[in-house]
Ligand binder design. Structure first.
Ligand code: SF4
Length: 422
């Protein structure tokens, strides 16, 4: 592009001096090397505004309302307050597009999307934003509709933005990971397909996120970052290949195994025996995944696999970070009816959330405010002692009334068992 028109960026240039790849270098590449003049100008204008922001220590983006026909969300509008000085980036909206479950793409798909984005947008893309969307950053109000129409034609849909069900996320799953204990992609598809309307039309008190992890490693951080977390687990004994254990000990040495595996088990459930085999106290294993991650050939999840469902995780907002509370300790997913049970539970949770949460309040905050028992009653789930909200930190606990409650629980379990038997 014409050198005279390039905005000087002395402050932004400093950001390129660090050891890590800089986003400024990426912007400059679009400004200087991209064959399309429109994209060069957009990147130049954006850099000019950003430098101006650094100089004045102020942000100049404001929101607004931009949408595509039939949708109420999915676009993050950005209008510049200094558009007169930097006209080519005066409208710089972001489109959130839902990725496929597990983020599996073909090269052809990626090329197709990139071509459309270079036609209508700035060329800047993020794979993926925190919620899980593909973020197409920087286009005008008019081109928002054109770009959406084109990619929608070949199968992509907008994600959630605003107070709605957000784009769901799941880990890469059993296609590439031996620890997977469930069909993450099927769970995600069932949830996303059911709640598509709630993704596109923001009608909730605040955002609601689904995330699915195939095992307790929880690679998509569902326990911390989603209102409804589904995490694969197993309830029988973990599988131990003692020959592989011996080979591992031979390679690394007994001391290494003791220092790095058995003593790091949080519940002391592992013992390295004199003959270099490993004994596992499965009743005390809390599925932290440490030993399975270090010795993946020797140790693997058991055969009785299923999922744990936790509700109410979220990052900082009103009452600080919250981890999800275990609502369903274990359920198997063998039949279509099992998947429907998860969807039904999600539907009850969202309905209850919609009716009872305050404006701008997440599910976890609502549960804190009204109490877990009331929430469980609202979504029609019986209280279970395995519903762990957080590990106990104090060994002094008042136990008044516990015996009576335990009695009720045992009685209920006995009734369930009798009903199942006959
Ligand atoms: Fe211990 Fe964690 Fe291994 Fe279970 S998974 S035995 S808790 S290290």
């Amino acid at each position: 592009m014409d050198q005279k028109k390039i905005y000087p960026t002395p402050m932004l240039d400093i950001l390129e001096e660090g050891p890590w790849p800089s986003f400024i270098s990426g912007f400059k590449r679009l400004r200087d090397k991209h064959p399309e003049k429109r994209i060069n100008e957009m990147a130049n204008s954006l850099l000019g505004q950003l430098e101006h922001s650094y100089e004045t220590r102020k942000g100049y983006w404001k929101g607004g309302t931009v949408s595509v026909f039939g949708y109420g969300g999915g676009i993050i509008p950005r209008f510049s307050e200094v558009g007169a000085a930097f006209p080519e980036s005066r409208e710089f909206h972001t489109l959130r597009v839902q990725p496929p479950a597990g983020n599996f793409y073909t090269t052809a798909m990626l090329k197709q999307m990139a071509d459309s984005w270079e036609k209508y947008g700035s060329g800047m893309v993020t794979f993926h934003g925190q919620t899980g969307n593909i973020m197409f950053i920087g286009t005008t109000t008019e081109n928002t509709q054109h770009f959406f129409d084109e990619i929608n034609e070949y199968g992509w849909d907008l994600g959630g933005a605003g107070p709605c069900v957000r784009t769901a996320m799941c880990c890469v799953g059993s296609a590439r990971c031996e620890q997977s204990c469930c069909n993450e992609h099927a769970i995600q598809r069932h949830l996303v397909n059911t709640f598509t309307d709630d993704v596109h039309r923001p009608a909730l008190p605040y955002k609601f996120k689904f995330k699915v992890s195939g095992c307790p490693n929880d690679c998509v951080n569902s326990i911390e970052r989603s209102d409804f977390a589904v995490i694969g687990t197993w309830r029988d004994e973990m599988k131990v290949d003692q020959n592989e254990v011996k080979a591992f000990v031979k390679k690394k040495g007994r001391q290494y195994v003791i220092d790095n595996i058995t003593t790091r088990c949080p519940t002391q459930a592992l013992t390295l025996k004199d003959d270099d085999t490993l004994a596992v106290d499965n009743k005390n294993c809390v599925r932290c995944m440490h030993c399975l991650n270090v010795m993946p050939k020797a140790l693997s999840p058991g055969d009785d696999k299923g999922v744990t469902i936790l509700i109410g995780g979220k990052r900082t907002l009103k009452i600080g970070d919250l981890m999800g509370t275990v609502i369903v300790p274990f359920m198997r997913l063998d039949t279509v009816e099992d998947y429907e049970k998860i969807v039904e539970m999600a539907q009850n949770t969202i309905d209850f959330f919609a009716e009872n949460a305050l404006e701008h309040e997440r599910t976890g905050e609502m549960i804190e405010r009204i109490g877990l028992v009331n929430f469980l009653e609202g979504i029609g789930i019986d209280v279970d002692p395995n519903m762990v909200s957080s590990p106990r930190q104090c060994s002094y606990v008042r136990t008044d009334g516990w015996d009576e409650e335990a009695e009720k629980w045992f009685q209920r379990k006995a009734e369930e068992k009798a009903a199942a038997a006959g």
